[in-house]
Structures are given as structure tokens and as C-alpha cells.
Write a protein that binds this ligand. Structure first.
Ligand code: MG
Length: 384
């Protein structure tokens, strides 16, 4: 189907390839193979027990990192199809984008980053790349999943200058101030559209925010009015879903239209030209960017900083911190296979290597595994 792709899409036959050369896939495109490798990975399966905002055991109906990931991938595929971009690449990037997340969402990552302050820090985005490049153990010939350059570049959403220099090929664009593929650009927006909207849904379900409060968000208020004009007596969950689906549609439509216009105006005719643009070609219109920002601010203020969410995040930070301190002080407490950093099995040389091995172990944990490990380490009545 390559012929249907736009000239500025990531074309399969123009991939910069894999770190370890492999024969072409027989039945799939290169990016479909990436996608399948991600879906088959251990880290992907763990997403089901990792927190998005609400900790998994708080309820069965909240998004987990896995269902969030699937929503992101679906949004990205729709937009990619409309822009004639490579759907499989966009999908693969989205499916991998959160593989490096710690247990307990951002609270876990912040805690681990603090623990790693003297050892290069911890960043979930870099960790996602580390998972697919080094930590997955599936192949005889190499560590990681050996994904294409374009998929790895898309996973690395942001990166410090210092880290970029150390990362080689996928870090180059941060050093040269270039842009990633349009599929990678798109993945960022699909992520944002997905979480802003599902967090409204989950937040209302959890009783932490409500429809009345959301009237402060102009886009929500406008679409609330639209739904009520059509269905005056609608309430409850159906009302929320009718509003949220319109919000997603509004954001996706604007993203498609604004990006199409920008691509047209710029006249870019290849992925090389996309890379040398000064900024992203994919994006919202100014008006929708403002509306989206208002939504994000509302969620930050009223949901992520809600005292009930904070209590959970404070507990989560404590668990991660205590796990880190215990394992760092005594690496022999870790299961044998985690006592080296990555599958390269570099010996734990000095504190930095030891810290990285501990961080890899903790980052790979699901919420419930972290809670169990914490109990095993600190509760003498718990089996070890
Ligand atoms: Mg995400």
C-alpha cells in the first residue's frame, strides 16, 4: 500500500534500518514488524498493571497504561490515515511510547528520578528506548527488539543535549535541532488527545471532578451545550460520553485540518525535508491549541492535584524510594537476573552501574508487584 502514502510520509523502503541487520520481513512491512515485536514484548504486557492516573486496584474501570496506549494508537492511526502517513509506524511508536513508565505513573517516575539524581537521573521516555534497545530479552543475536531507526526515533520524544550526544543516531536530531518523522510528531498529539479526554472520564467516574466544574473549560462547555441542545434530557454517563467523544472528534479534526494546511503551505516533499523544518508540521490551530491548554490546566489543577490523588502519589513515591534505597544498599536482595544492568550484563561497576540496575528493576515493576516487593522487604511476616 506504499503508493498511497504521501511523499513526506515514512516510506518502508527508505528506512534507515535496524541496528543489527536482519532479512526483510516476509509477510509484513518493516514497521508492522516493529509493531508486532512491541506487542509481543514483556514490557507491553506489564502495561496492564501500571497506573495511568488511578492506581490499578482503585477500580476496574479506570484506564491503565495499556488501555491508554491502545487509545493513543487508535487516534494516531486515524490521523495518519487521513494525512496519508505511515499508519503502521505511527501505531508502533504509540504502542511503545509508555513502555518505560515506572509503576504508579508520574509519581513513580519522579521518585525514581530523585533517587537517580547522582547517577544520570531517570526519565520514562529514555527508559522506553532502553527497554526496546537493551532490556527486552527475546533474541539470540541481540539485546532488545532491534526496531527500526524511525520507530526508535519516535519513541525518544524529548532528550537533553547531554543524553542526545550519548545516544548516537536517535539523538542526532536533538543535537542538530531537526524534527522527527511526521508519524513521530503525530504520536505526541495522539497521546495528549487520549489522556486529556480519558482523564476527564476517569476523573468524573472517581468523583474527583464533575460536569459543573468542567463548565470552566470552554471546549467542554461548548460541546456540553451542543449535546444538550440535541438531547435535552440526557444525563449520567451517556452525557459525559457524548461530550467526550465530541471533544476527541474536535481535537482530531483540527489536528488533521491544521496539519494538512501546514504541510501544504510548507511544500515539504520528503521526509528529509520534514526533518530540516524549523518546527513541527503536525499540530493544532492556534485556537484549538488554546482550548486544549485550558483543558490541561483544568485537569492539572482539579484532578492531578486533588488531595486524593496526592495521597496515592505520596504513598507511591515512598514505596519507590524505599525500594530503591533497600536494593541500592544491598543489591543481593534483588533476584539474580536483575543484578546486572541491562542484558549486556555489564558488571555492576561502581555506584552508577548499581543504581542503574536497581532503576531498571524498579521501572519494570507493575504497581502490584512493587507493592508486593515492598511488603516482602519491609514486612517480616510476609514471605520473601
Ligand atoms: Mg502516554
Amino acid at each position: 500500500m506504499t503508493s498511497a502514502l504521501a511523499p513526506y510520509a515514512a516510506h518502508d523502503d527508505q528506512t534507515r534500518g535496524r541496528r543489527h541487520a536482519e532479512p526483510k520481513p516476509r509477510y509484513r512491512t518493516e514497521y508492522q514488524r516493529d509493531r508486532d515485536r512491541i506487542v509481543h514484548s514483556t514490557a507491553f504486557r506489564r502495561l496492564v498493571y501500571k497506573t495511568q492516573v488511578f492506581v490499578n486496584h482503585e477500580g476496574d474501570l479506570f484506564r491503565t497504561r495499556l488501555t491508554h496506549t491502545l487509545e493513543v494508537a487508535q487516534i494516531a492511526r486515524t490521523v495518519a490515515g487521513q494525512l496519508r502517513l505511515n499508519e503502521s509506524l505511527a501505531e508502533a511508536i504509540c504502542l511503545a511510547h509508555d513502555l518505560g513508565h515506572t509503576p504508579f505513573g508520574h509519581a513513580g517516575q519522579d521518585a525514581l528520578n530523585e533517587c537517580m539524581a547522582d547517577f544520570g537521573g531517570f526519565e520514562h521516555n529514555l527508559q522506553s528506548l532502553r527497554v526496546v534497545d537493551e532490556l527486552e530479552e527475546r533474541y539470540a543475536a541481540f539485546d532488545g527488539l532491534n526496531l527500526t531507526f524511525e520507530c526508535r526515533e519516535g519513541i525518544l520524544k524529548h532528550c537533553s543535549y547531554k543524553n542526545a550526544l550519548a545516544l548516537g543516531d536517535v539523538g542526532e536530531r536533538f543535537v542538530n535541532r531537526e524534527q522527527p518523522s511526521l508519524e513521530a510528531q503525530l504520536a505526541n498529539f495522539a497521546d495528549e488527545i487520549a489522556y486529556n479526554n480519558h482523564d476527564i472520564d476517569d476523573g468524573i467516574r472517581a468523583g474527583l471532578i464533575d460536569v459543573e466544574g468542567l463548565a470552566a473549560v470552554p471546549l467542554f462547555a461548548e460541546l456540553h451545550g451542543e449535546v444538550l441542545a440535541k438531547h435535552p434530557r440526557l444525563g449520567g454517563r451517556r452525557l459525559i460520553h457524548e461530550i467526550v467523544r465530541r471533544m476527541i472528534d474536535h481535537l482530531v479534526t483540527d489536528l488533521i485540518e491544521s496539519s494538512t494546511a501546514r504541510l501544504h503551505e510548507s511544500g515539504v516533499a520528503s521526509i528529509q525535508e520534514v526533518r530540516t523544518q524549523r518546527q513541527f508540521m503536525i499540530g493544532f490551530s492556534e485556537e484549538t491549541a488554546r482550548a486544549n491548554q485550558a483543558l490541561k490546566s483544568f485537569l492539572r489543577e482539579h484532578l492531578y492535584r486533588h488531595y486524593k490523588v496526592r495521597r496515592m502519589t505520596t504513598k507511591a513515591r515512598r514505596v519507590v524510594r524505599e525500594l530503591f534505597d533497600a536494593f541500592f544498599a544491598e543489591p543481593a536482595l534483588m533476584p539474580d537476573e536483575h543484578r546486572a544492568s541491562g542484558t549486556r550484563r555489564e558488571a555492576i561497576q561502581g555506584p552508577a552501574g548499581r543504581a542503574r540496575a536497581v532503576a531498571d528493576y524498579i521501572a519494570g515493576m507493575t504497581d502490584r508487584y512493587a507493592i508486593l516487593e515492598h511488603r516482602r522487604l519491609f514486612d517480616p511476616s510476609e514471605r520473601t
